[in-house]
Ligand binder design. Structure first.
Ligand code: ADP
Length: 392
């Protein structure tokens, strides 16, 4: 999955704006000028990368261009992080949603196993996308739960990739902890961005960190975030709009979800560890383009299931096996690594790393090295929760 450059630029902009305001507070005029110019340059690049917001970015660039000459022309200060003093400048949260944008090139074919889950999500995506009578409404929030590394993020990315939708990927725990007290504004900013970049898939990970039951400020922040999130979800359902914004949320620990959260996500889909066939499919996906004709796929499937591997563990196994193969096939390079390391990047680029067939030994060794962090109790707990609360 490629990260959209605009996300990186928003990060840099935030950094430069902070430095600008720090310099301004210290009356450090040299740096005021330097960082105002940096901000202006980034805004100009953003105008180029985000065409539908080009006008706003160029306007801000102009204000930054003038900021070193005339006090008070700089755009408003951005969001304030936990522990930072906000001062008396008005905060601007608009960059937050933008900073979460990723470009997903994942397709449904990149996901091994999970056939039923895939078709359930496909169905939701298709219904949400089709023009339809007003009374037919797509599911508002789908909850994906299961052990870590089983493909929850990948499913959301595939939904975005196949629709060619904008993909917003947010860990709600970081919103709650980092921008404490401002979290609701950030949720609103996120959905504003989702609206302006529609069609959008919003993936909200670690939903369990919204905990109503906690006392004090943290519980209060959670309650507000949930209320805002639900209002945003409801809002999109009610508006007669052809804009598609679909929210998928995920948790690895569904039992720690509060009832209040749970009741608002009636569609709860279990994403289990891969079975034998799925393990084989994931291995093929992860080694795409390489020769695996010498690999005993029956054995791979059996061993991966016995070891409780997740898709992520399998990805690690395949990477490890590929590394062994690369070392074996490119002995001339790896036996000579100290001399190779002396070469410049330009010289290295003239040489080629060869690929050969993966052997069963490559996989056997990788499997002994990679251990699943899960215990049987972990996924038994998931299965029990699925029986009681899972609903598709
Ligand atoms: P989760 O969100 O459930 O923690 P991810 O979707 O981030 O897990 O999966 C981590 C990585 O593991 C993915 O980027 C992918 O490379 C691999 N992976 C996991 N599940 C699958 C799957 N079903 N098919 C193919 N690759 C998978």
């Amino acid at each position: 999955m490629k990260i959209d450059l605009s996300g990186v630029l928003y990060g840099q902009l935030k950094e430069s704006e902070k430095k600008y305001y720090d310099a301004l507070a210290k009356n450090d005029l040299e740096n005021v000028k330097k960082f105002a110019q940096q901000c202006a340059n980034i805004e100009k690049q953003l105008a180029d990368k985000v065409p539908d917001q080009a006008k706003a970015h160029l306007e801000k660039a102009k204000r930054w261009d003038e900021a070193d000459k005339k006090a008070g022309t700089a755009p408003k200060k951005r969001m304030v992080e936990k522990g930072e003093k906000s001062g008396d400048t008005e905060e601007d949260f608009s960059g937050f949603g933008e900073s979460l944008i990723q470009t997903s090139t994942v397709t449904w074919k990149d996901i091994g196993g999970l056939a039923e889950v895939k078709s359930l999500i496909m169905e939701t995506v298709v219904i949400a996308g089709l023009s339809k009578p007003e009374s037919i409404k797509p599911d508002k929030g789908i909850l994906l739960f299961g052990p870590p590394g089983t493909g929850k993020t990948l499913l959301a990315a595939a939904a975005a990739g196949s629709l060619k939708a904008t993909f917003f990927n947010v860990k709600i725990s970081s919103v709650l902890s980092k921008y404490f007290g401002e979290s609701t504004k950030l949720i609103t900013a996120l959905y504003e961005s989702a609206r302006s970049h529609a069609p959008s898939i919003v993936f909200i990970d670690e939903l369990d960190s919204i905990t109503m039951s906690r006392d004090g400020d943290q519980g209060e922040a959670s309650r507000k975030v949930l209320a805002t999130l639900l209002a945003e979800l409801d809002g999109f359902q009610d508006k007669k709009s052809d804009k598609l914004i679909l929210t998928l949320s995920a948790t690895n620990t569904p039992w720690s979800l509060d009832d209040a959260v749970l009741s608002r996500f009636p569609k709860r889909i279990y994403i289990p560890l891969p079975d034998k066939k799925a393990c084989q499919e994931i291995t093929k996906i992860q080694t795409k383009g390489l020769d695996i004709s010498q690999v005993d796929m029956e054995k791979i499937g059996d061993q991966c299931v016995t070891r409780n591997y997740s898709g992520r563990d399998l990805q690690n196994v395949c990477r490890d096996a590929m590394k062994s193969m690369t070392r074996r096939i490119n002995k001339d390079i790896f036996d000579n690594i100290e001399n190779m390391a002396e070469l410049s990047f330009e010289e290295l680029q003239k040489k080629t790393l060869k690929a050969g067939p993966l052997s069963m030994e490559d996989f056997t060794q990788a499997i002994t090295r990679i251990k699943s962090p899960l215990t049987p109790d972990d996924f038994k707990k998931q299965e029990a929760w699925n029986k009681q609360y899972g609903a598709s």
